[in-house]
Design a protein around this ligand. Structure first.
Ligand code: GAP
Length: 431
């Protein structure tokens, strides 16, 4: 992989310039650890979420969707252990007073900013607090959820009562989570407000090893579906002493980001810790026995997925005159499936025919862009940079024989197709 910060700068600059991701609250100087997604970034995220929901919910018979509130009763976080243990070690520089996460300093005990010694580490709770209602005392304190998981555990009984599922079964949720990270960094990798896509898969205790392996394979398959470069993914067996308080086994999927090999996803065996602490149980219909199911938790960060997908797709190709940048995104995740252009924008007959084809494709695929800015070469480059798999050009031949040019992003090769063949051609490749 290309050295580090240069590649990251290219990705951040492309993301901003082309409308994927902007710094949060930018015109007020930015708010650290927050990023806003622009038109193409929203499309990319929605495509990823849609594929995830299809694979893990719609294509299965044993999965139940949840969209729980972000604000949850403080009792949830007290019981889950987050109030007492969801902390990072915080140190403050004795000289410049800057604050750091102790385990992320370049040199232990030395300030990254001015080189002076840091003070003693203390535990800093990462949950954001806010107040509900008009009374500002501690009884009104609630937390913004730091993981989507608890929203699923507290709804366990509701799901069982509504659907009477048999074990094993799961719940799935996509939503925002919030962590007051001491040092948010590396673009959308470590942020204070992010999205998670999580599954809680409820099982019988003696099945946990088999289910753990099954979910590991599912997560690997998912990375392929979304276009994450598997050669950059590594499995890390988390050491016993580093396990979260609820986990008996965790495997992290790490990705070779330009700033280092870092966690992309996590897979945890949470035992029956969560259902136990919330005093929830399940009546086994086979023998009418009450049990507290165990749980396997595949957890996917959406923003880290976006970053890994962009990094996996980023390509540069040296051309005689300059460098061609293209995002080799899978058509199913690409924000724009195809762009439609009239060869010349001042020829009404070309524009009229192009509008007709644009309307037909837009109705079929939605994610279709009209592009008549600059010459054809420039349009191709623009579309390459945002990962549009196909560019369709309407020229003078179209007016006589109804054929159009369709140009492939990855090879730059062009073929001619009849206009009525376009939908089928694209559908075949989308699936
Ligand atoms: N429910 C389990 C859980 O939340 P986690 O390892 O703390 O486990 C799961 O988080 C995933 O959420 C991570 O693998 C990562 O993809 C994502 N994530 C966690 N903290 C994040 C942050 N500050 N910024 C962006 N993504 C984050």
């Amino acid at each position: 992989m290309e050295k580090d910060s240069v590649l990251m700068e290219k990705i951040i600059s492309l993301a901003k310039r082309r409308g994927f991701v902007y710094q949060g609250s930018d015109i007020y100087g930015g708010l650290a650890g927050t990023w806003d997604y622009g038109h193409l970034g929203v499309a990319l995220k929605n495509n990823i979420k849609g594929l995830w929901w299809k694979k893990f919910v719609d294509d299965r018979r044993d999965m139940y969707g949840i969209d729980a509130a972000i604000l949850m009763h403080p009792g949830v976080w007290k019981a889950s252990g987050h109030v007492d243990t969801f902390t990072d070690p915080l140190v403050e520089c004795t000289k410049c007073k800057k604050r750091f996460r102790a385990d992320q300093l370049e040199k232990a005990g030395i300030c990254d900013s001015c080189g002076a010694p840091t003070g003693e580490a203390r535990n800093f709770n990462m949950m954001f607090q806010t107040q509900v209602g008009a009374v500002e005392d501690s009884s009104a304190t609630v937390y913004l959820r730091p993981e989507t998981a608890q929203g699923m555990f507290v709804n366990f009984k509701n799901v069982v009562d509504s659907f009477h599922p048999k074990l094993p079964f799961g719940t799935a949720q996509i939503g925002k989570a919030f962590r007051n990270e001491i040092t948010p960094r590396d673009f959308i990798f470590r942020v204070r407000e992010f999205e998670q896509m999580e599954i809680e898969y409820f099982i019988r205790e003696n099945d946990w090893e088999k289910q753990f392996e099954y979910w590991k394979d599912e997560m690997i398959e998912w990375m392929d579906i979304v276009g994450i470069d598997q050669s950059k993914v590594h499995e890390l067996e988390v050491e016993k002493e580093d396990l979260a308080h609820y986990s008996r086994r965790t495997v992290d999927f790490e990705f070779d980001f330009p700033f280092g090999k870092k966690e992309l996803y996590g897979l945890a065996y949470r035992t029956n810790f969560d259902l136990n602490i919330h005093k929830l149980e399940y009546v086994d219909e086979e023998n009418a026995q009450k049990i507290v199911p165990h749980v396997i938790e595949p957890s996917f960060g959406l923003d880290r997925t976006v970053l890994a997908v962009l990094l996996s797709a980023y390509n540069e190709e040296e051309k005689e005159e300059d460098t061609r940048v293209f995002l080799k995104l899978k058509p199913s995740v690409a924000p724009v499936i195809c762009a439609v252009s009239p060869l010349l924008k001042n020829k009404p007959e070309l524009v009229g025919k192009a509008e007709e084809i644009f309307g037909m494709l837009k109705k079929e695929f939605g994610r279709v862009m009209w592009d008549d800015n600059g010459n054809i070469g420039k349009r191709y480059r623009r579309q390459d940079e945002i990962g549009t798999p196909w560019c369709i050009v309407i020229d003078f031949d179209t007016l006589t024989d109804n054929t159009v040019t369709i140009r492939d992003r990855d090879t730059g090769s062009q073929i001619r197709l009849k206009d009525y063949e376009l939908v089928g051609y694209i559908k075949d490749r989308l699936n």
